[in-house]
Every structure is written in C-alpha cells, then in structure tokens.
Write a protein that binds this ligand. Structure first.
Ligand SMILES: [Zn+2]
Ligand SMILES: [Zn+2]
Length: 156
C-alpha cells in the first residue's frame, strides 16, 4: 500500500472508531495518529508535541495531549509506562495483541495473541480459570540493546 493510501485507510479507521465512541476524527487527532504511526518507538506526549510543532506551529500542547487520550480510548494507540511515572505512546494495529517494549531504546513490537495462547492454556489448567482476553506487555531490552549491554559488561 502506498503511504498516501495507508494514510487514507488510517483516516477511515480513525473515523469509524472515534465515531463509534461519539467522538469526531478531528484533523489534529489524525495528525497525532500519523505521527505515532511513523515512529517505531514509544514517544511521550511532550516529545510528540515538539515533533508536531516543527511542521504545525499552531498546534496546541493541550490538543496533542487530549488527542492522545482519545486515540487510546478508541484503541488506536496504547499508553506505556516509563521510569519516573512518565507515559509514552505508540500506535496500535486493530487486531488484539500485546507488546514487547525495550526500556533501552523505547522500540516497541506487537506480538500476536498466538504467542501467549500457551500461557492462557496453562493458567486455565492450573487455576481452573478461563481467560477471555488479557493485556500483557513485556518490558525489557531488545536484541541490539542487550548486545550493547553485554558488550559494555565485557569491557568493564
Ligand atoms: Zn499495539
Ligand atoms: Zn532497545
């Protein structure tokens, strides 16, 4: 899909998701969503505001913060925790999934439901509990950050 068609598809998805929740897909919300989609890393609201302001000098800080909240409500983005009670955000695909989040470089990867199906099966056996859905995010180091960390250890 061309980037332009991808954006149009994103706009349609945003329209239907937000209007299902009685919210309008404003130009600002779309702008915020596009900026999130361009990033492979989680970004804080403050960083996102700085990024957007470079091209859109009139955008307001509060607008960016509110847009992020409504994207999270609509299931198009997710909020992640960083050290020091800071929230960071990433765009989300529509299928149900979980995340790997690197605390070294903030890269985030979506992992599908199938990767935790075995865990759900085990929980069901051990606790007699039927899992309907869950949100499970894993925080740690990505391959290149852990390479770098073990390299630093060897040098020390
Ligand atoms: Zn996601
Ligand atoms: Zn990393």
């Amino acid at each position: 899909m061309s980037p332009r068609r991808q954006n149009r598809a994103a706009a349609e998805e945003l329209t239907s998701r937000l209007s299902a929740r009685g919210r309008r897909p404003t130009a600002q919300r779309l702008l915020v969503l596009e900026a999130l989609r361009r990033s492979r890393r989680t970004v804080t609201a403050a960083d996102l505001f700085e990024q957007l302001r470079a091209d859109h000098p009139l955008i307001g800080r509060a607008t960016v913060f509110r847009s992020l909240d409504s994207l999270v409500d609509a299931g198009l983005a997710q909020r992640f925790e960083r050290a020091g009670h800071v929230s960071a955000y990433a765009a989300c695909s529509t299928e149900h999934h979980h995340h790997l989040v690197c605390t070294g470089c903030d890269t985030t990867v979506e992992i599908d439901e199938a990767s935790i199906a075995r865990l759900a099966g085990e929980l069901s056996q051990r606790h007699g509990f039927t899992v309907h859905h869950g949100t499970l995010d894993f925080y740690g180091l990505c391959a290149s950050c852990s390479d770098r960390a073990s390299g630093a250890q060897r040098r020390a």
